[in-house]
Design a protein around this ligand. Structure first.
Ligand code: HEM
Ligand SMILES: *[C@@H]1O[C@H](CO)[C@@H](O)[C@H](O)[C@H]1NC(C)=O
Ligand SMILES: *[C@@H]1O[C@H](CO)[C@@H](O)[C@H](O)[C@H]1NC(C)=O
Length: 314
């Protein structure tokens, strides 16, 4: 009898922990019954898209970050502008946001399988997670159940961090969203993927920023001779999720002011050193940071909707 009871309690614990994820009301198995193939569908489409164009992993990860930092993870970044509303997407801060077509394709497939069930915010959160994995980064699960928001305004994008921020400003802005300095540094490690345009780093070239390696400065000047939208990889392996980004910071090869400052500043230098030395530690902290980011101000119930088209409010 006692054994039976104990077993029952253990099962109960497994069920509760599996189905609920704290006060947020999101949970890991949200679509288990309503759309059982949601996760594999997202994974397959992301995988196929990245096989065609591996640079899109960066696009998906950055898009999820921008979504979550503005009005919470509610798919607001996906909304197109209309004649009465200029959406977040059309902010200068959207530069290089890429991967909208992948989200559209996933949404279309999910609407045929289980109409009106899977939110665009969840699709983006899952797609970013899968992109990290396919690029060679950590595997992690995130709870689902976000609802899509009904506001997307260009003026809200002032809440994104600027590439010319110093470590104190970054710590402050991430702190406002509940992140520690360590979370912020780990999340900045997303810059192991992708590129930035000259307009995002040319502030460091004239005069040459003393925290920028002089040879690297020459490379960047050459890139910028191609104009403001010329692209420079954020680390030496732009399609591989690894800790090269942190190693580059140690040799003054960080691309943005907001990258290099993490090493220049005594507030965050030890964290950079530890990730440069230990990729597994970076992966662990990164997945924890992403999990936390994926739950920023999520909307639930009547506070949101499930869009049928990720680009339009229903
Ligand atoms: C710490 C503060 C951050 C700042 C100031 C910042 C700023 C930027 C800037 C300016 C670019 C280049 C845009 C362009 O020139 O086209 C960029 C690219 C990127 N950012 Fe960040 N970012 C930050 C944090 C993050 C976080 C937390 C993530 C995700 C978790 C992220 C993911 C990315 C990715 C993947 C790219 C490359 C995009 C591509 O190649 O399409 N960033 N970021
Ligand atoms: C980003 O915003 C610019 C205007 O600042 C706009 O021309 C461009 O189409 C937008 N990019 C995307 C991908 O929406
Ligand atoms: C960081 O930037 C802020 C705002 O521009 C400035 O007040 C502060 O002194 C800077 N901190 C460092 C360490 O440079």
């Amino acid at each position: 009898m006692a054994n039976f009871l104990a077993m029952f309690l253990v099962m109960e614990m497994i069920l509760v922990s599996g189905f609920r994820s704290g006060a947020s009301g999101l949970n890991m198995n949200y679509y288990l019954l309503s759309c059982p193939f949601a996760e594999p569908i997202v994974k397959n489409i992301v995988n196929r898209a990245l096989q065609d164009d591996p640079t899109l992993a960066a696009g998906l990860v950055r898009m999820h970050f921008h979504d979550c930092f503005i009005e919470g993870c509610d798919g607001s970044v996906l909304i197109d502008s209309t004649k009465d509303n200029t959406a977040e997407k059309d902010s200068p801060a959207n530069l290089s946001l890429r991967g909208y077509e992948i989200i559209d394709e996933i949404k279309e497939e999910l609407e045929t399988q289980c109409p009106g069930v899977v939110s665009c915010a969840d699709i983006l959160a899952m797609a970013a997670r899968d992109a990290v994995f396919f690029a060679g980064g950590p595997v992690y699960d995130i709870p689902k159940g976000r609802r899509d928001g009904t506001r997307s305004k260009i003026e809200d994008t002032i809440n994104l961090p600027s590439p010319i921020f110093n470590a104190s400003e970054l710590i402050k802005m991430f702190g406002q969203h509940g992140f520690s300095a360590r979370d912020m540094v780990a999340l900045s490690g997303a810059h192991t993927l992708g590129v930035a345009r000259c307009s995002s780093f040319k502030n460091r070239l004239r005069p040459v920023d003393p925290s920028l390696d002089s040879e690297f400065a020459k490379t960047l000047s050459k890139t910028c001779s191609g104009g403001d939208s010329a692209e420079q990889p954020l680390d030496a392996t732009r399609n591989d999720f690894d800790n090269m980004y942190f190693n580059a910071l140690l040799s003054k090869n960080g691309l943005l002011t907001s990258d290099q400052t993490l090493y220049t500043s005594p507030q965050t230098r030890n964290i950079v050193n530890s990730y440069a030395m230990n990729q597994a530690l970076f992966f662990l902290d990164f997945q924890q940071g992403m999990l936390k980011m994926s739950m920023l101000d999520v909307k639930q119930g009547s506070k949101g909707e499930v869009r049928t088209n990720c680009r339009k409010i229903n």
